[in-house]
Design a protein around this ligand. Structure first.
Ligand SMILES: NC(=O)c1ccc[n+]([C@@H]2O[C@H](COP(=O)([O-])OP(=O)(O)OC[C@H]3O[C@@H](n4cnc5c(N)ncnc54)[C@H](O)[C@@H]3O)[C@@H](O)[C@H]2O)c1
Length: 319
C-alpha cells in the first residue's frame, strides 16, 4: 500500500471536538483541509479564521458526499452519533449515521480512488470483554453504539479486502482537551461544572477507571495512520494508564486552583467498572506513543476552558 502524499484531506465531523484539534494539526503540517459537518453537535466557531473549505452537510446525503470526496488524497471519518446514551435513545438513527454514513464515505472513496481512509472507532465494540482492550479480542458489544461502530470497522476492513482501499481503524480511548465545551464526557463536564457552579459530582463511588488520552496525542496518531502505508488494520489508541474518576476529580480540583465542592451522585446504570487499553501494536507498527501526561493535559484543557468561559456560558444560556 502506497503511503499518502501530502495534499488535500477531508475531515468529516471536523467542527467537533477532535476535528477542531485535528484540522489545526493538518494545517500545521501543510495540508489543505476540507471539513464536511452538519453542525448537529459541532461548532462553526471552533474553526473560525482557519484557511479551510467548509461544507455544511450530512454524511447521509450520498449525492453531496459523492460530490465532496473526489480530489482528496485521504479522508478522516469522525462524523458520527458519538455516544452510548444517544444510541439507546434512538438506535435507528445511531445505525443510520454510523453505519450508512460510513458506507457512503467508503463508497465515494472507492469510486474516487481516494488512497487513505482513517475511521474513528472506540472501545465500545469490545463491550463486555474484560480490560485491557486489545485488537485481538473478539468484539462483544453491549450497546447499539458499540454495534454500529463495530459495523463501521467491519466495512472499513471489507473495503480494504475487496477493493484495496487504504483503511485504518483507530479505537480511541477517553479523549479530552480543548474545543470540547459541547461534550458531556467526564473531563469536559467537570470543567464546565467548576466554571458554572464551583462544584463537581462524581457518579457512584468514583472507583470506576478510564484511560484518558490528550487530544494532541490522539491527533498525532491519526496523522501517522493517514501517512503510513498500513491498511486493513485496527489499532487501540490510548495511554495504557488506568485512572479512577475519584483521582481525576482530585486532579481537576488541583489544576483549577480554586475551591471546588465535591459530591457523589448515584452510580450510572451499566457503567463499566474498569476500562483501559494496551497500545503495543500502535507503538510497534505506527511508531506512535502518547507524550502528554494527565496532569499536563488537564492543565492545557483548563487553560482553554477558563479562557473561553464567556463563550461557553453564552452557549449554555442558549441551550
Ligand atoms: N471523544 C471521545 O472520547 C471519543 C472516544 C471514542 C471515539 N470517538 C469518536 O471520535 C469521533 C469524533 O468524536 P468527537 O468527540 O469529536 O465528537 P463531536 O460530537 O464533537 O464531533 C462529531 C462531529 O460530527 C458532526 N456530525 C454528526 N453527525 C453528522 C452527520 N450525519 N453528518 C455530518 N456531520 C455530522 C457533528 O456536528 C460534530 O461536529 C466520533 O466518531 C466518535 O464516535 C470519540
Amino acid at each position: 500500500m502506497e503511503p499518502m502524499k501530502r495534499g488535500t484531506v477531508l475531515v468529516t465531523g471536523g467542527a467537533g471536538f477532535i476535528g477542531a484539534n485535528l484540522v489545526r494539526l493538518f494545517l500545521e503540517h501543510g495540508y489543505r483541509v476540507t471539513v464536511l459537518d452538519n453542525l448537529s453537535t459541532g461548532r462553526r466557531e471552533y474553526l473560525k479564521g482557519l484557511p479551510i473549505r467548509f461544507v455544511k452537510g450530512d454524511i447521509l446525503d450520498l449525492e453531496l458526499v459523492s460530490q465532496v470526496v473526489p480530489g482528496h488524497a485521504g479522508v478522516v471519518h469522525l462524523a458520527a452519533q458519538t455516544g452510548v446514551p444517544g444510541s439507546l435513545q434512538d438506535p435507528r438513527r445511531d445505525c443510520e449515521v454510523n453505519v450508512l454514513g460510513t458506507l457512503n464515505l467508503l463508497e465515494a472513496c472507492r469510486h474516487a480512488d481516494v488512497g487513505r481512509f482513517v475511521f474513528a472507532s472506540s472501545n465500545a465494540p469490545l463491550g463486555r470483554q474484560p480490560p485491557p482492550a486489545t485488537e485481538d479480542k473478539a468484539p462483544l458489544p453491549i450497546s447499539p453504539y458499540g454495534a454500529s461502530k463495530l459495523a463501521g470497522e467491519g466495512y472499513c476492513l471489507a473495503y480494504h479486502g475487496s477493493w484495496g482501499l487504504g483503511t485504518v481503524v483507530l479505537r480511541f480511548a477517553n479523549v479530552y482537551g480543548p474545543y470540547s465545551a459541547h461534550k458531556s464526557s467526564v473531563v469536559a463536564k467537570f470543567f464546565k461544572d467548576i466554571l458554572a457552579q464551583g462544584r463537581i459530582t462524581i457518579d457512584g463511588d468514583g472507583q470506576q477507571t478510564r484511560d484518558f488520552i490528550y487530544v494532541d496525542d490522539l491527533c498525532r496518531a491519526i496523522l501517522l495512520a493517514l501517512e503510513s502505508d498500513v491498511a486493513g488494520e485496527v489499532f487501540q489508541i490510548a495511554t495504557g494508564v488506568e485512572t479512577s474518576i475519584q483521582r481525576l476529580a482530585q486532579m481537576v480540583q488541583e489544576v483549577a486552583g480554586r475551591p471546588v465542592a465535591l459530591r457523589h451522585g448515584p452510580a450510572r446504570r451499566g457503567d463499566i467498572r474498569k476500562n483501559y487499553s494496551a497500545v503495543e501494536k500502535a507503538r510497534k507498527v505506527l511508531g506512535w506513543e502518547p507524550r502528554v501526561g494527565l496532569e499536563e493535559g488537564l492543565q492545557e484543557t483548563w487553560r482553554w476552558f477558563s479562557q473561553e468561559g464567556a463563550m461557553i456560558r453564552r452557549w449554555s444560556e442558549r441551550e
